[in-house]
Design a protein around this ligand. Sequence first.
Ligand code: DGY
Length: 317
Amino acid sequence: MKKILVTRRLLRSCEDKAEKTFNAILNSNDELYSQKKVIELSNGCDGILSSLTDKLDSDTINKLPETIKIISNFAVGFGNIDLDAAKNRGIAVTNTPDVLTDATAEIGVLLILGACRRASEGIESARQGGWKWSADYLIGKQLTGTKLGILGMGRIGQKIAKVAKSLGMIIHYHNRSKLSDEKEDGAAYHKNFKDFLKESEVLSICCPASKETIDMINKETIEYLPKGAIVTNVARGDIVDDDALIDALNRRKVYAVGLDVYKNEPNLNPGYLNHKTAFILPHLGSATKETRTAMANLAIDNIDEFFKTGDCKNKVN
Ligand code: DGY
């Protein structure tokens, strides 16, 4: 039986599956392992079931034992793993696509609604009680007829587009390539990023973090957004230059933000904390029982498939 290190606690039914399929070293206290500890614990293992909280950089990967042949990431994103370093060591890296599309898109829509309709301020007022209703009290931005710019029209972006369209939003998108008419479903494609930003009254960031997308939303590009735009991010914090976005909020170039992901999670830039118009969540994208179960089961199946066939359909390097 292959031996694997599971770096974080999984839902119980998934840990049972891991133990049935492999000789699995579980993390019952859900301790946040240091890189050194991951290296130590993987001694004698054939694979690692990692999570987005494990920073598997080249230094760590180069120190993993020779026996490690696969890192199966319990996430669709894999920015926490140096893919090239893993490839050079002959280690396959896999992810969990598809199964978290719906849950993540739900949070993507929540971010749009929360930011546009001033949910943070509303929650705060309701908790305090005694608010004074008036015709102009906490007036927000209505979604109907508003242009939504989706940056990265993959599975999650398409799902957000579908829901947003049903709420009357007009969909624009920027992607490496134009989608088929069926997938596009009436959305306007912009090959040019700046032209896309100019249309984005509400921006929804849905693209993966990569060398090309890091800090794509920065001091210069923010200026292309319409005045009073809303910026939401359900993808990865690395895509946004936080100082530039906070500065844009301060000077009302950006009206509100809706964020679920941050650079240096969980230590988000404190500049967001004081902003009433920042609707912020602690990386809840895939946090439903159904989705976390499906993700962990897929991460386990990826390792199983890899050892049975020598390959895996969800290999990303
Ligand atoms: C992912 O899988 O990349 C999600 O961000 C996890 O919540």
